[in-house]
Design a protein around this ligand. Structure first.
Ligand code: SR1
Ligand code: MG
Length: 407
Protein backbone atom coordinates (compact mmCIF):
# COMPACT_ATOMS: atom_id res chain seq x y z
CA UNK A 1 0.00 0.00 0.00
CA UNK A 2 1.53 3.33 -1.04
CA UNK A 3 -0.02 5.75 1.42
CA UNK A 4 -1.76 5.10 4.72
CA UNK A 5 -1.47 8.34 6.63
CA UNK A 6 -5.02 9.62 6.69
CA UNK A 7 -4.26 12.64 8.89
CA UNK A 8 -2.02 14.81 6.69
CA UNK A 9 -3.44 15.34 3.26
CA UNK A 10 -6.12 14.08 0.93
CA UNK A 11 -5.44 11.23 -1.45
CA UNK A 12 -7.77 9.16 -3.51
CA UNK A 13 -8.47 5.90 -1.68
CA UNK A 14 -8.30 2.42 -3.13
CA UNK A 15 -10.02 -0.62 -1.59
CA UNK A 16 -7.01 -1.51 0.58
CA UNK A 17 -6.91 2.06 1.98
CA UNK A 18 -10.59 1.86 2.87
CA UNK A 19 -9.92 -1.32 4.87
CA UNK A 20 -7.07 0.40 6.69
CA UNK A 21 -9.23 3.48 7.29
CA UNK A 22 -12.08 1.41 8.76
CA UNK A 23 -9.59 -0.35 11.06
CA UNK A 24 -7.40 2.49 12.23
CA UNK A 25 -9.51 5.64 11.95
CA UNK A 26 -13.07 4.39 12.43
CA UNK A 27 -12.01 1.52 14.70
CA UNK A 28 -15.22 -0.03 13.51
CA UNK A 29 -14.20 -3.70 13.68
CA UNK A 30 -12.82 -6.11 16.28
CA UNK A 31 -9.12 -6.98 16.14
CA UNK A 32 -10.03 -10.47 14.94
CA UNK A 33 -12.06 -9.21 11.96
CA UNK A 34 -11.28 -10.62 8.51
CA UNK A 35 -11.80 -7.56 6.39
CA UNK A 36 -12.64 -7.28 2.76
CA UNK A 37 -13.63 -4.30 0.65
CA UNK A 38 -15.55 -3.63 -2.55
CA UNK A 39 -15.91 -0.33 -4.37
CA UNK A 40 -19.65 -0.28 -5.09
CA UNK A 41 -20.27 3.27 -6.30
CA UNK A 42 -22.40 3.51 -9.42
CA UNK A 43 -23.23 7.21 -9.24
CA UNK A 44 -21.75 9.97 -11.38
CA UNK A 45 -19.59 11.72 -8.81
CA UNK A 46 -17.99 9.72 -5.98
CA UNK A 47 -16.34 6.50 -4.84
CA UNK A 48 -18.18 4.28 -2.39
CA UNK A 49 -16.37 1.55 -0.46
CA UNK A 50 -18.10 -1.20 1.44
CA UNK A 51 -15.77 -2.68 4.06
CA UNK A 52 -17.02 -5.89 5.62
CA UNK A 53 -15.95 -8.57 8.05
CA UNK A 54 -16.50 -12.02 6.56
CA UNK A 55 -16.63 -13.55 10.05
CA UNK A 56 -19.15 -11.37 11.88
CA UNK A 57 -21.05 -9.98 8.89
CA UNK A 58 -20.47 -6.43 10.22
CA UNK A 59 -19.98 -3.77 7.55
CA UNK A 60 -19.53 -0.04 6.99
CA UNK A 61 -19.74 2.34 4.03
CA UNK A 62 -17.01 4.90 3.32
CA UNK A 63 -17.93 7.44 0.66
CA UNK A 64 -15.14 9.60 -0.73
CA UNK A 65 -15.50 12.74 -2.85
CA UNK A 66 -12.71 13.50 -5.31
CA UNK A 67 -11.87 16.86 -6.90
CA UNK A 68 -13.56 15.92 -10.18
CA UNK A 69 -16.70 14.00 -11.03
CA UNK A 70 -16.35 10.28 -11.61
CA UNK A 71 -18.42 10.57 -14.79
CA UNK A 72 -16.02 13.14 -16.38
CA UNK A 73 -13.01 15.30 -15.48
CA UNK A 74 -14.89 18.16 -17.10
CA UNK A 75 -16.75 18.67 -13.82
CA UNK A 76 -14.35 20.14 -11.24
CA UNK A 77 -16.19 19.89 -7.96
CA UNK A 78 -15.46 21.04 -4.46
CA UNK A 79 -15.10 18.06 -2.12
CA UNK A 80 -17.10 20.22 0.31
CA UNK A 81 -20.06 18.26 -1.07
CA UNK A 82 -19.02 15.51 1.30
CA UNK A 83 -19.41 17.85 4.33
CA UNK A 84 -22.79 18.94 2.98
CA UNK A 85 -23.87 15.33 2.60
CA UNK A 86 -22.86 14.32 6.14
CA UNK A 87 -24.39 17.41 7.75
CA UNK A 88 -27.70 17.21 5.94
CA UNK A 89 -28.01 13.47 6.61
CA UNK A 90 -27.79 14.25 10.32
CA UNK A 91 -30.45 16.96 10.03
CA UNK A 92 -32.71 14.75 7.92
CA UNK A 93 -32.21 11.90 10.40
CA UNK A 94 -33.62 14.17 13.11
CA UNK A 95 -36.48 15.52 11.00
CA UNK A 96 -37.41 12.21 9.39
CA UNK A 97 -36.21 9.46 11.77
CA UNK A 98 -35.49 6.08 10.19
CA UNK A 99 -35.61 7.43 6.64
CA UNK A 100 -31.88 8.09 6.10
CA UNK A 101 -28.74 6.09 6.96
CA UNK A 102 -26.86 6.83 10.17
CA UNK A 103 -23.66 8.84 9.64
CA UNK A 104 -20.72 7.73 11.80
CA UNK A 105 -18.00 10.22 10.89
CA UNK A 106 -17.14 13.03 8.48
CA UNK A 107 -13.47 13.46 7.67
CA UNK A 108 -12.53 16.85 6.21
CA UNK A 109 -8.98 15.76 5.27
CA UNK A 110 -9.88 12.61 3.36
CA UNK A 111 -13.18 14.18 2.17
CA UNK A 112 -15.06 11.10 3.14
CA UNK A 113 -17.94 10.16 5.34
CA UNK A 114 -18.63 6.82 6.93
CA UNK A 115 -22.11 5.58 7.39
CA UNK A 116 -24.45 2.69 7.99
CA UNK A 117 -24.31 -0.02 5.32
CA UNK A 118 -27.72 -0.56 3.75
CA UNK A 119 -26.88 -3.77 1.89
CA UNK A 120 -30.10 -5.34 3.16
CA UNK A 121 -31.87 -2.76 0.95
CA UNK A 122 -31.84 -2.37 -2.86
CA UNK A 123 -31.48 0.80 -4.89
CA UNK A 124 -35.02 1.71 -5.95
CA UNK A 125 -34.06 2.13 -9.63
CA UNK A 126 -32.56 -1.39 -9.70
CA UNK A 127 -35.69 -2.83 -8.08
CA UNK A 128 -37.94 -0.92 -10.48
CA UNK A 129 -35.97 -2.25 -13.44
CA UNK A 130 -36.91 -5.70 -12.15
CA UNK A 131 -40.53 -4.45 -11.96
CA UNK A 132 -40.79 -4.95 -8.21
CA UNK A 133 -43.49 -3.18 -6.20
CA UNK A 134 -43.10 -1.36 -2.89
CA UNK A 135 -46.54 -0.66 -1.43
CA UNK A 136 -45.11 1.55 1.35
CA UNK A 137 -42.93 3.72 -0.88
CA UNK A 138 -45.36 6.63 -1.35
CA UNK A 139 -46.16 6.76 2.36
CA UNK A 140 -42.50 6.69 3.43
CA UNK A 141 -41.23 9.13 0.82
CA UNK A 142 -44.00 11.68 1.48
CA UNK A 143 -43.18 11.59 5.20
CA UNK A 144 -39.56 12.25 4.27
CA UNK A 145 -40.54 15.07 1.90
CA UNK A 146 -42.94 16.86 4.22
CA UNK A 147 -40.68 16.59 7.26
CA UNK A 148 -37.43 17.61 5.61
CA UNK A 149 -38.98 20.32 3.43
CA UNK A 150 -41.74 22.01 5.41
CA UNK A 151 -39.86 21.86 8.70
CA UNK A 152 -36.89 23.76 7.22
CA UNK A 153 -38.97 26.63 5.75
CA UNK A 154 -39.57 30.09 7.19
CA UNK A 155 -43.10 28.90 7.95
CA UNK A 156 -41.76 26.72 10.74
CA UNK A 157 -38.16 27.74 11.52
CA UNK A 158 -37.01 30.82 13.36
CA UNK A 159 -35.83 33.01 10.47
CA UNK A 160 -32.30 33.75 11.68
CA UNK A 161 -31.73 30.06 12.34
CA UNK A 162 -33.00 29.28 8.86
CA UNK A 163 -30.62 31.84 7.36
CA UNK A 164 -27.73 30.14 9.19
CA UNK A 165 -28.72 26.92 7.43
CA UNK A 166 -28.86 28.75 4.10
CA UNK A 167 -25.20 29.71 4.72
CA UNK A 168 -24.16 26.23 5.85
CA UNK A 169 -25.64 24.63 2.76
CA UNK A 170 -24.42 27.05 0.13
CA UNK A 171 -23.48 24.63 -2.67
CA UNK A 172 -22.48 26.66 -5.75
CA UNK A 173 -20.75 23.99 -7.83
CA UNK A 174 -23.37 21.30 -7.49
CA UNK A 175 -26.11 23.88 -8.04
CA UNK A 176 -24.32 24.90 -11.21
CA UNK A 177 -24.49 21.30 -12.45
CA UNK A 178 -28.28 21.34 -12.03
CA UNK A 179 -28.58 24.84 -13.50
CA UNK A 180 -26.72 23.61 -16.60
CA UNK A 181 -27.85 20.00 -16.93
CA UNK A 182 -31.46 20.36 -15.82
CA UNK A 183 -32.46 23.91 -16.72
CA UNK A 184 -30.32 25.00 -19.66
CA UNK A 185 -28.62 22.46 -21.91
CA UNK A 186 -31.62 20.19 -22.65
CA UNK A 187 -33.49 23.14 -24.13
CA UNK A 188 -31.21 23.92 -27.03
CA UNK A 189 -29.01 21.89 -29.33
CA UNK A 190 -26.14 21.89 -26.84
CA UNK A 191 -22.98 19.98 -27.71
CA UNK A 192 -22.95 18.22 -24.35
CA UNK A 193 -26.42 16.77 -24.87
CA UNK A 194 -26.56 13.06 -25.57
CA UNK A 195 -29.69 12.43 -27.53
CA UNK A 196 -30.92 9.20 -29.11
CA UNK A 197 -30.88 9.74 -32.87
CA UNK A 198 -34.52 8.71 -33.28
CA UNK A 199 -35.61 11.36 -30.76
CA UNK A 200 -33.62 14.39 -31.91
CA UNK A 201 -35.99 15.72 -34.58
CA UNK A 202 -38.93 15.22 -32.23
CA UNK A 203 -37.23 17.16 -29.42
CA UNK A 204 -36.38 19.97 -31.81
CA UNK A 205 -39.92 20.35 -33.05
CA UNK A 206 -41.67 19.79 -29.71
CA UNK A 207 -39.36 21.77 -27.45
CA UNK A 208 -36.43 23.69 -28.98
CA UNK A 209 -38.50 25.41 -31.69
CA UNK A 210 -41.28 26.44 -29.33
CA UNK A 211 -40.37 29.90 -28.05
CA UNK A 212 -43.20 30.00 -25.51
CA UNK A 213 -41.99 26.75 -24.01
CA UNK A 214 -38.35 27.85 -23.93
CA UNK A 215 -39.35 31.04 -22.10
CA UNK A 216 -41.01 28.94 -19.39
CA UNK A 217 -37.78 26.99 -18.84
CA UNK A 218 -35.95 30.30 -18.32
CA UNK A 219 -38.49 31.38 -15.68
CA UNK A 220 -38.07 28.02 -13.95
CA UNK A 221 -34.28 28.29 -13.94
CA UNK A 222 -34.48 31.58 -12.09
CA UNK A 223 -37.00 30.11 -9.67
CA UNK A 224 -34.49 27.33 -8.89
CA UNK A 225 -31.62 29.79 -8.43
CA UNK A 226 -33.43 32.33 -6.27
CA UNK A 227 -36.14 30.65 -4.21
CA UNK A 228 -34.41 29.72 -0.92
CA UNK A 229 -37.56 28.05 0.35
CA UNK A 230 -36.29 25.05 2.29
CA UNK A 231 -33.41 22.61 2.69
CA UNK A 232 -33.81 20.31 -0.28
CA UNK A 233 -32.07 17.02 -1.06
CA UNK A 234 -31.35 18.31 -4.55
CA UNK A 235 -31.07 14.99 -6.44
CA UNK A 236 -33.90 12.78 -5.24
CA UNK A 237 -34.10 10.33 -8.14
CA UNK A 238 -34.66 6.59 -7.79
CA UNK A 239 -30.89 6.01 -7.54
CA UNK A 240 -30.91 8.06 -4.32
CA UNK A 241 -33.49 5.89 -2.59
CA UNK A 242 -32.87 2.52 -0.99
CA UNK A 243 -35.82 0.19 -0.46
CA UNK A 244 -36.62 -3.01 1.37
CA UNK A 245 -40.03 -4.57 1.87
CA UNK A 246 -40.89 -2.41 4.87
CA UNK A 247 -38.23 0.24 4.76
CA UNK A 248 -37.20 3.25 2.68
CA UNK A 249 -33.94 5.19 3.12
CA UNK A 250 -32.92 8.31 1.26
CA UNK A 251 -29.22 8.62 0.45
CA UNK A 252 -26.80 10.86 -1.47
CA UNK A 253 -27.97 14.39 -0.57
CA UNK A 254 -24.76 16.04 -1.79
CA UNK A 255 -26.70 18.41 -4.08
CA UNK A 256 -28.50 19.82 -1.03
CA UNK A 257 -29.05 23.57 -0.70
CA UNK A 258 -31.83 26.00 0.14
CA UNK A 259 -34.08 25.74 -2.90
CA UNK A 260 -37.67 25.15 -3.97
CA UNK A 261 -39.49 22.24 -2.28
CA UNK A 262 -40.98 21.17 -5.62
CA UNK A 263 -37.51 20.22 -6.84
CA UNK A 264 -37.43 17.13 -4.60
CA UNK A 265 -41.06 16.12 -5.04
CA UNK A 266 -40.83 16.54 -8.82
CA UNK A 267 -37.75 14.33 -8.97
CA UNK A 268 -39.54 11.51 -7.15
CA UNK A 269 -42.52 11.73 -9.50
CA UNK A 270 -40.39 11.96 -12.66
CA UNK A 271 -38.44 8.82 -11.82
CA UNK A 272 -41.66 6.90 -11.13
CA UNK A 273 -42.76 8.00 -14.61
CA UNK A 274 -39.47 6.69 -16.08
CA UNK A 275 -40.17 3.35 -14.36
CA UNK A 276 -43.64 3.39 -15.87
CA UNK A 277 -42.23 4.06 -19.33
CA UNK A 278 -39.84 1.16 -18.82
CA UNK A 279 -42.57 -1.22 -17.65
CA UNK A 280 -44.76 -0.23 -20.56
CA UNK A 281 -41.98 -0.88 -23.07
CA UNK A 282 -40.48 -4.06 -21.65
CA UNK A 283 -43.09 -6.18 -19.85
CA UNK A 284 -44.53 -8.62 -22.33
CA UNK A 285 -47.00 -10.48 -20.13
CA UNK A 286 -50.22 -8.38 -20.15
CA UNK A 287 -51.44 -9.18 -16.62
CA UNK A 288 -48.03 -8.46 -15.12
CA UNK A 289 -47.76 -5.23 -17.08
CA UNK A 290 -51.21 -4.05 -15.99
CA UNK A 291 -50.52 -4.79 -12.34
CA UNK A 292 -47.13 -3.12 -12.30
CA UNK A 293 -48.29 -0.01 -14.18
CA UNK A 294 -51.31 0.28 -11.84
CA UNK A 295 -49.03 0.19 -8.81
CA UNK A 296 -46.79 2.87 -10.32
CA UNK A 297 -49.79 5.05 -11.20
CA UNK A 298 -51.15 4.65 -7.70
CA UNK A 299 -47.72 5.56 -6.31
CA UNK A 300 -47.46 8.68 -8.49
CA UNK A 301 -50.92 9.87 -7.45
CA UNK A 302 -50.23 9.01 -3.82
CA UNK A 303 -46.96 10.95 -3.78
CA UNK A 304 -48.91 14.09 -4.67
CA UNK A 305 -52.00 13.44 -2.57
CA UNK A 306 -50.25 12.07 0.53
CA UNK A 307 -47.78 14.93 0.35
CA UNK A 308 -50.68 17.40 0.41
CA UNK A 309 -52.44 15.64 3.26
CA UNK A 310 -49.31 15.42 5.44
CA UNK A 311 -48.24 18.94 4.50
CA UNK A 312 -51.59 20.35 5.70
CA UNK A 313 -51.36 18.41 8.95
CA UNK A 314 -47.76 19.37 9.72
CA UNK A 315 -48.48 23.01 8.82
CA UNK A 316 -51.37 23.10 11.32
CA UNK A 317 -49.21 21.54 14.03
CA UNK A 318 -45.89 23.25 13.41
CA UNK A 319 -46.29 26.65 11.67
CA UNK A 320 -44.79 29.38 13.85
CA UNK A 321 -44.71 32.38 11.48
CA UNK A 322 -47.58 34.72 12.33
CA UNK A 323 -48.50 35.77 8.79
CA UNK A 324 -48.39 32.17 7.56
CA UNK A 325 -51.52 31.64 9.65
CA UNK A 326 -53.56 34.24 7.75
CA UNK A 327 -56.57 32.74 6.07
CA UNK A 328 -55.75 31.46 2.58
CA UNK A 329 -51.96 31.65 2.93
CA UNK A 330 -51.41 27.92 3.43
CA UNK A 331 -53.39 27.15 0.25
CA UNK A 332 -51.46 29.82 -1.68
CA UNK A 333 -48.13 28.39 -0.45
CA UNK A 334 -49.04 24.75 -1.10
CA UNK A 335 -50.29 25.54 -4.59
CA UNK A 336 -46.92 27.15 -5.30
CA UNK A 337 -45.13 23.98 -4.16
CA UNK A 338 -47.42 21.85 -6.36
CA UNK A 339 -46.83 24.13 -9.34
CA UNK A 340 -43.05 23.78 -8.90
CA UNK A 341 -43.45 20.02 -8.46
CA UNK A 342 -45.18 19.69 -11.82
CA UNK A 343 -42.58 21.86 -13.53
CA UNK A 344 -39.64 19.94 -12.07
CA UNK A 345 -41.25 16.61 -12.96
CA UNK A 346 -41.34 17.90 -16.54
CA UNK A 347 -37.80 19.28 -16.50
CA UNK A 348 -36.39 16.06 -15.09
CA UNK A 349 -38.29 13.97 -17.65
CA UNK A 350 -36.89 16.10 -20.45
CA UNK A 351 -33.30 16.40 -19.26
CA UNK A 352 -32.79 12.66 -18.75
CA UNK A 353 -33.89 12.07 -22.35
CA UNK A 354 -32.06 14.96 -24.02
CA UNK A 355 -29.23 16.00 -21.71
CA UNK A 356 -25.93 14.51 -20.61
CA UNK A 357 -27.09 12.29 -17.73
CA UNK A 358 -29.48 9.52 -18.66
CA UNK A 359 -31.48 6.91 -16.74
CA UNK A 360 -31.25 3.14 -17.16
CA UNK A 361 -35.04 2.89 -17.15
CA UNK A 362 -34.89 4.29 -20.68
CA UNK A 363 -31.42 3.39 -21.97
CA UNK A 364 -31.91 -0.29 -21.10
CA UNK A 365 -34.91 -0.59 -23.45
CA UNK A 366 -33.34 -2.79 -26.16
CA UNK A 367 -36.01 -2.48 -28.84
CA UNK A 368 -35.15 0.82 -30.56
CA UNK A 369 -38.70 1.55 -31.68
CA UNK A 370 -39.98 1.02 -28.15
CA UNK A 371 -37.20 3.16 -26.73
CA UNK A 372 -38.06 5.97 -29.15
CA UNK A 373 -41.73 5.67 -28.15
CA UNK A 374 -40.84 5.77 -24.45
CA UNK A 375 -38.68 8.86 -25.00
CA UNK A 376 -41.44 10.64 -26.92
CA UNK A 377 -43.90 9.77 -24.18
CA UNK A 378 -41.57 11.32 -21.57
CA UNK A 379 -41.07 14.47 -23.65
CA UNK A 380 -44.79 14.91 -24.34
CA UNK A 381 -45.64 14.54 -20.65
CA UNK A 382 -42.74 16.86 -19.77
CA UNK A 383 -43.96 19.68 -21.98
CA UNK A 384 -47.54 19.48 -20.70
CA UNK A 385 -46.36 19.48 -17.09
CA UNK A 386 -44.24 22.57 -17.63
CA UNK A 387 -46.79 24.52 -19.67
CA UNK A 388 -49.76 23.53 -17.53
CA UNK A 389 -48.00 23.54 -14.14
CA UNK A 390 -50.50 25.85 -12.44
CA UNK A 391 -53.25 23.24 -12.82
CA UNK A 392 -51.44 20.14 -11.57
CA UNK A 393 -52.93 20.23 -8.10
CA UNK A 394 -53.93 16.61 -7.56
CA UNK A 395 -52.52 13.15 -8.15
CA UNK A 396 -55.24 12.39 -10.66
CA UNK A 397 -54.07 15.27 -12.89
CA UNK A 398 -50.79 13.38 -13.41
CA UNK A 399 -52.65 10.18 -14.24
CA UNK A 400 -54.80 11.99 -16.81
CA UNK A 401 -51.64 13.25 -18.50
CA UNK A 402 -49.99 9.84 -18.44
CA UNK A 403 -53.14 8.29 -19.90
CA UNK A 404 -53.30 10.89 -22.66
CA UNK A 405 -49.81 10.03 -23.97
CA UNK A 406 -49.38 6.37 -23.03
CA UNK A 407 -49.67 3.93 -25.95
C1 SR1 B 1 -22.21 15.44 -13.61
S1 SR1 B 1 -23.37 14.76 -12.58
C2 SR1 B 1 -24.73 14.29 -13.54
C3 SR1 B 1 -25.96 14.03 -12.73
O1 SR1 B 1 -25.69 13.03 -11.75
C4 SR1 B 1 -26.20 13.43 -10.50
O2 SR1 B 1 -26.81 12.37 -9.85
C5 SR1 B 1 -27.14 14.58 -10.79
O3 SR1 B 1 -28.45 14.13 -11.11
C6 SR1 B 1 -26.47 15.21 -11.94
O4 SR1 B 1 -27.31 16.05 -12.69
MG1 MG C 1 -26.05 10.96 -6.40
Amino acid sequence: MSNTDFTKEYFSMKEEHAIEYAKTVLKFFDESAELNCKEIGDGNLNYVFKVFDEKSGKSVIIKQAGPVARISDEFKLSPDRNRIESEILKIQGTLAPGLVPEVYKYDSIMNCCSMEDLSDHTILRTALLEHKEFPLLADHITTFLVNTLLLTTDVVMEHKEKKELVKTFINPELCEISEDLVYTEPFYDCERNDIFEATKAFAKELLWDDKKFILETAKLKFEFMTNAQCLIHGDLHSGSIFVAENSTKVIDPEFAFYGPAGYDIGNVVAHCIFALANGNATITEEKEKKEYISWLEETIANVIDMFKEKFNKVWEEKATERVAKYEGFKEYYLNGVLRDTAAVTGLELARRIIGLAHVKDITSIQDETKRAEAEKFCLNVAKELIMNRENMLEGKNYLELIEAFKK
